[in-house]
Design a protein around this ligand. Structure first.
Ligand code: PBG
Length: 330
């Protein structure tokens, strides 16, 4: 008897068959691991809302760089937690600031590690805002010089990539011009071009001590309900000189990643942010989910959405699982 339907299950019969016809996969090569370095800290402290993620003092940070290299994670994104905050966010661009020192330390431990830095002011001023605050307002243009100085100081310390996350208009142009003026022509800019004003950053703000002291970030970060605006933001940042862009957060915004992927031909990443991580960890701690299976599914779906690279706090675990699958020591 002739069959009148397709047998889709034929291609699902065995693990080898399923692997053969798999359309998307990630490898640790895709990962950028976000890390928090804290000035004046000796040792390392786990961040309460992000189990498995730590504040590192510089010495422990060095050890961690070596561990990441062993695991095959090729890249890190650095966030600093400074000892001092002031109105002008001066520890953001201090030559011996915590991020600048961490960049030097990372390069000393492994010159091949791709070192990226988050460029923003929110950890460095008491207001906890990403730009300069004057009369209770986050002022755009006066912020640009401070952001550019921050980026130059990171690049001068040896950062390969600077990643502005502040969402001030014109910052990519200001940063590119300042880098070029200093002869730092090979430093790339990964713009947080599409960054939404999201509730998914909650645990990060605890980790970075960057919760706004007043108001919120809605006058500079994007409205989660918009996608055409994401295209305009990306177009501006690319015109200003961004080499790569990212969409952030990741999970609720995979349609946005897909849109940006389809409309632009530059490398596109997605940032699997703090609460996306914490939700998985919390559910796993309760025994409600299979963490490894869920993280694998999540990371694969970012590739399906079109991400070239993935910023994720799961990167270390996922790299370890990858090694296990290859039969290497975890
Ligand atoms: C700060 C910054 C934030 C994140 C990255 N850079 C927080 C914010 O904008 O409030 C979020 C990262 C995360 O949640 O993992 N400019």
């Amino acid at each position: 008897m002739l069959e009148s339907f397709d047998r889709h299950r034929r291609l699902r019969t065995t693990p080898a068959m399923r692997r053969l016809v798999q359309e998307f996969r990630y490898t640790p090569e895709d990962f950028i691991y976000p890390m928090f370095v804290q000035e004046g800290l000796h040792g390392q402290e786990e961040i309460a809302a992000m189990p498995g993620v730590y504040h590192y003092g510089l010495e422990e940070f060095r050890q961690e760089v070596l561990e990441l290299s062993r695991l095959g994670v090729p890249s890190i994104l650095l966030f600093g937690v400074p000892e001092e905050k002031d109105e002008l966010s001066s520890s953001a661009y201090a030559e011996r600031g915590i991020v600048q020192e961490a960049v030097r330390a990372a390069k000393e431990e492994n010159p091949d590690l791709l070192v990226m830095t988050d460029v923003c002011l929110c950890q460095y001023n008491q207001a906890g805002h990403c730009g300069l605050v004057q009369d209770g307002k986050i002022v755009n243009d006066p912020s640009l010089d401070l952001l550019a100085r921050t980026a130059v100081s990171h690049a001068a310390a040896g950062a390969d990539v600077v990643a502005p996350s502040d969402m001030m208009d014109g910052r990519v142009a200001a940063i590119r011009a300042a880098l070029d003026r200093e002869g730092l022509i090979d430093t790339s800019i990964l713009s947080y071009a599409v960054k939404y004003a999201s509730a998914f950053y909650g645990p990060f703000r605890e980790a970075a001590h960057s919760t706004p002291a007043f108001g919120d970030r809605k006058t500079y970060q994007m409205n989660p309900a918009n996608v055409r605006e994401a295209v305009r933001e990306t177009a501006s940042d690319l015109a200003e000189g961004a080499d790569m862009v990212m969409v952030k957060p990741a999970l609720s915004y995979m349609d946005v990643t897909k849109t940006i992927r389809d409309q632009f031909d530059v490398p596109v990443g997605t940032y699997n942010v703090s609460a996306e991580y914490s939700m998985v960890k919390a559910a796993a701690a309760q025994g409600w989910i299979d963490e490894r299976a869920m993280v694998t599914e999540i990371l694969t779906s970012f590739k399906r959405a079109g991400a070239d690279f993935i910023l994720s706090y799961h990167a270390k675990d996922a790299a370890r699982w990858h090694r296990e699958e290859l039969g290497l020591e975890g």
